[in-house]
Design a protein around this ligand. Structure first.
Ligand code: PNS
Length: 193
């Protein structure tokens, strides 16, 4: 039997690098928090990157999404929240990440996510350093798999129980943003626009 030398991170079963957990986070959900927590057990550093999804119109502004994500993830070791205007692979490069982590809730998610992962391989593999950005999928916890940011937006629009979807630590802040909006005149949106 050979002698196996293990580095500290390997002994811990952790992949020694930075990962990016990109998303619209509009708003952050309990499901997002669970994926970020699990990513933080695998990677030394987790960058939660708030990016623009050109297919979605957007509900909250960047500053509010960022504040909610920071509140929800407060105290989670090795986790930071950033926002970035551009491609996910450029964001990965900016923060030194070779790996993108995404949650998978369903077969439908897989269809969409596998195409995006392949696109990101192609775009990042086109000669740029540090090389191809790979995607790792974490399967969503069953009790959270039916919730999404879009469900949160619908509950917010019609006065439903937001606490089912929005993490406890972010709930008060989101409720305040919504109350401020209601107080402001002329049917403004949650961004005060
Ligand atoms: O939370 P979402 O909306 O599912 O997140 C999707 C997101 C923001 C990660 C995705 O739209 C994205 O990566 N946007 C930046 C543009 C990009 O890099 N697209 C993929 C290459 S085609």
């Amino acid at each position: 039997m050979g002698i196996l030398m293990l580095r500290n991170d390997e002994e811990l079963g952790r992949i020694t690098s930075v990962c990016l957990v990109p998303g619209s986070y509009d708003p952050i959900t309990r499901g997002h928090v669970d994926i970020v927590r699990r990513a933080s057990e695998l990677f030394g550093e987790v960058v939660v990157a708030i990016l623009r999804n050109p297919d979605k119109p957007g509900w909250l502004g960047w500053d509010k999404r960022e504040a909610l994500a920071k509140a929800a993830l407060d105290g989670m070791p090795g986790v930071r929240v950033e926002h970035f205007e551009g491609l996910a692979v450029d964001c990965a490069r900016e923060f030194g990440a070779r790996v993108i982590v995404r949650g998978l809730r369903s077969a439908q998610d897989y269809e969409y996510e596998s195409a995006m992962a392949r696109a990101n391989q192609d775009v990042s593999g086109a000669g740029a350093s540090p090389g191809t950005v790979e995607t790792v999928f974490l399967v969503a916890e069953a009790s959270l798999a039916h919730w999404s940011s879009s469900a949160a937006r619908q509950l917010a629009a019609f006065g439903g129980p937001l606490e089912l979807v929005v993490p406890d630590k972010a709930l008060e802040l989101l409720t305040r943003y919504m109350a401020d909006t209601r107080r402001s005149a002329g049917g403004r949106d949650v961004n005060g626009n």
